[in-house]
Design a binder for this molecule. Structure first.
Ligand code: HEC
Length: 128
């Protein structure tokens, strides 16, 4: 009888610990938008997809390291910078995704791009 009560108590403690851990994780996730699980790994497939999207949607206004000056800033080496060239926001995957989705003053927004496409663009911008 006593042993059984102890076992239930232990199970309850484990459950409580698991719940607390889960809540802490969810909270951290919301607070730090660039938590590791939010960051894009620039795998070759993602970079290639991003390059195709960049050519289609972005290259008219953005160079990538040299070439003629265009309407938007040159995005070559973006991830070597701490702040974005025009708005001076920290260069994080989250901020870059948001900028692409919402656009800028003269840059059009791209609200229809899927999360996968935004991540591919981020991967491409990260790649050099
Ligand atoms: C019609 C031209 C145009 C197109 C198309 C365009 N941009 Fe821009 N982009 C701009 C201009 C102009 C700026 C300067 C900031 C502003 O407009 O507020 C800019 C700024 C940026 C910045 C820097 C923001 C900062 O805070 O300094 C990034 C990153 C960027 N664009 C990414 C992209 C990506 C990725 C695409 C394609 C999905 C894209 N742009 C398409 C014109 C364009």
């Amino acid at each position: 009888m006593l042993r059984r009560a102890w076992a239930w108590g232990a199970a309850g403690l484990l459950l409580a610990a698991a719940l607390a851990g889960g809540a802490a994780w969810a909270h951290g996730d919301r607070k730090h938008q660039d938590a590791p699980q939010e960051q894009v790994a620039p795998t070759p497939a993602k970079v290639a997809q991003g390059q195709r999207l960049f050519r289609r949607y972005c290259a008219a206004c953005h160079a990538r390291g040299g070439g003629a000056a265009k309407q938007g800033p040159d995005l070559g080496g973006l991830y070597q910078r701490r702040l974005t060239p025009v708005r001076k926001h920290p260069v994080t995957d989250h901020n870059i995704r948001q900028h692409i989705k919402k656009g800028g003053v003269r840059m059009p927004p791209f609200p229809w791009l899927s999360r996968g496409e935004l991540d591919a663009l981020v991967a491409f911008l990260k790649s050099r």
